[in-house]
Every structure is written in C-alpha cells, then in structure tokens.
Ligand binder design. Structure first.
Ligand SMILES: [Zn+2]
Length: 69
C-alpha cells in the first residue's frame, strides 16, 4: 500500500479534476487512485445506478460532508 500525502492536491485520472483528501482505489484495476467522487461513482455504477442518479447522490454527499469536496 502506497503512502499518500493527504494535504497535497492530486489529479484524478478518471475525471481530470484536482482533488484533496483521501483518494479511492479504482475498481477497474485495483491500483489507480481516483478522487472520492469517482470512487463513489464506480461503486454506484457497479450496482446499476444511472448517471443522473449518481450526480444527485454525489451532490447530496457534498452537501452533507463539505470537507470531502
Ligand atoms: Zn475523479
């Protein structure tokens, strides 16, 4: 397990967004570090949630946990 400096911004290879905080590991290869939003998206996608619904769920997460943004 690689050590991650959480205070440093990282660029998500999945969406290209710069993010801070703890990354998620992509389900696609179990290696690529992606932003927490994409981690959530992949999890939702795997259970068949539509893009529209993913967006509204992520929006809700941000509203309730702004520090994860
Ligand atoms: Zn991302």
């Amino acid at each position: 397990m690689k050590e991650v400096n959480e205070s440093r911004p990282a660029v998500c290879p999945r969406c290209g967004k710069t993010y801070y905080g703890r990354p998620a590991v992509s389900r696609e290869d179990n290696t690529t570090l992606i932003c927490p939003d994409c981690g959530t998206r992949e999890a939702l996608e795997s259970i068949g949630v539509s893009i529209e619904e993913q967006n509204s769920i992520i929006e809700t997460i941000h509203r309730h946990a702004p520090r994860l943004r």
